[in-house]
Design a protein around this ligand. Sequence first.
Ligand SMILES: *[C@@H]1O[C@H](CO)[C@@H](O)[C@H](O)[C@H]1NC(C)=O
Ligand SMILES: *[C@@H]1O[C@H](CO)[C@@H](O)[C@H](O)[C@H]1NC(C)=O
Ligand SMILES: *[C@@H]1O[C@H](CO)[C@@H](O)[C@H](O)[C@H]1NC(C)=O
Ligand SMILES: *[C@@H]1O[C@H](CO)[C@@H](O)[C@H](O)[C@H]1NC(C)=O
Ligand SMILES: *[C@@H]1O[C@H](CO)[C@@H](O)[C@H](O)[C@H]1NC(C)=O
Ligand SMILES: *[C@@H]1O[C@H](CO)[C@@H](O)[C@H](O)[C@H]1NC(C)=O
Length: 355
Amino acid sequence: MSMECFVFFGVLTFLLTTNRADALDCLLGESCVLPCSFQPGAEVIVHWIQLADSPAHSYYHDQDQLGHQNPRFSGRTSLFKNQISGGNASLLLSGVKVEDEGRYKCYTSTVDHNKETFIHLNVYAPVSKVELHQDGNTITCSSEGVYPKPEISWSTDPPSNQNLTEKIKVQQIGQLYNINSSLTSVPDVEYNCTVSTGRNKMAATLFKQTSLSGSSAETTMRCTSSKSPPTGLIWRFNHSEVIVSDGSVMEKWRQQVKSVSMSGNLTLKDLSTENDGIYTCELRNADGTYVTNTFLGIEHSQASARSGGEIAGIVVGVVAALAVVAAGLVALFKILRKNKGRREKPQVISSSQVI
Ligand SMILES: *[C@@H]1O[C@H](CO)[C@@H](O)[C@H](O)[C@H]1NC(C)=O
Ligand SMILES: *[C@@H]1O[C@H](CO)[C@@H](O)[C@H](O)[C@H]1NC(C)=O
Ligand SMILES: *[C@@H]1O[C@H](CO)[C@@H](O)[C@H](O)[C@H]1NC(C)=O
Ligand SMILES: *[C@@H]1O[C@H](CO)[C@@H](O)[C@H](O)[C@H]1NC(C)=O
Ligand SMILES: *[C@@H]1O[C@H](CO)[C@@H](O)[C@H](O)[C@H]1NC(C)=O
Ligand SMILES: *[C@@H]1O[C@H](CO)[C@@H](O)[C@H](O)[C@H]1NC(C)=O
């Protein structure tokens, strides 16, 4: 067997055994149970060691023995005491840290047997939120507090030949990673950004901008039709000013916001052309983030704007109406005068008859 071959099989065996020695994924900051079992017997001894050589927890003489424990584990380890006699030597590790990552040995012994079990602990902080923000025509996709190191990728609809892997920035704060990527957007393209770690991934989508011609009295703009219920919702104006954020309406917009529906649609009222602009809905749910831009133009209504022509028409109308009224009054006056004459005449006749 050649040296390469030997090394290859050595590595393969190592990988297989470490993989079979069970990988355990533990969520950063949470509690995690490292499983270990043995054949019950008298005089139980348990040693949990993070390899190489960091004592995590020991138990013998029917009690915890923490004199040699590495201080990194202080106050964070315990065994399931009432289950030890039944052969359960699992370790409960709380407040999981990145340093807890690695291979562990669980050594157990009784008067009759002893046993070693290995487990590989992986720590992760999943991608929990992906943000997509627009500033002019620069769009930035970002995520924070991820472990291990995340990756970011873009896709577009229709597909583009733009280099979408430029300008990726990764920063490590403490042990966690922040990542972002910016690109210059072009109209009529849908952008999809995905942030992933080996463990999970989450996407953010920027839909194509649509236009809406709204009524000044009341206008509803749609957010997005998402399957899962929203866990976060922000409406913005012209990419910067916040209108509504997670259920609270900003002071400046109280007069205009009529309602926000369960699905995130925003209904505005009492609008004028000053409210023309781009309205952005950023909705988050379990699947990701959805960003929808709507250009709203308020329709010119009779109450707020009249053209010169309309005004002239109105003046002519009013004058005409007045003329009709005047003519009517003149006619009425004439009739009244005639009637008066007629009414007097019989008097005259009668008087003449009397005469
Ligand atoms: C040991 O007991 C704990 C607590 O009941 C349980 O979560 C764990 O699965 C048990 N482990 C084994 C190996 O039986
Ligand atoms: C895109 O940009 C990245 C980073 O500048 C570079 O590594 C990659 O080769 C580029 N890809 C193409 C297809 O030009
Ligand atoms: C992107 O990340 C870099 C490095 O972490 C940071 O300096 C920059 O402000 C971020 N940009 C945006 C737009 O978030
Ligand atoms: C975005 O891209 C990811 C990865 O390719 C995919 O799983 C997801 O469905 C896409 N989302 C949308 C809305 O296109
Ligand atoms: C409001 O949202 C729902 C669900 O997404 C959608 O079907 C409906 O068309 C929206 N209404 C308006 C007026 O946009
Ligand atoms: C909002 O944006 C629109 C179009 O870009 C612009 O015409 C309008 O003046 C902006 N409104 C405010 C208040 O900045």
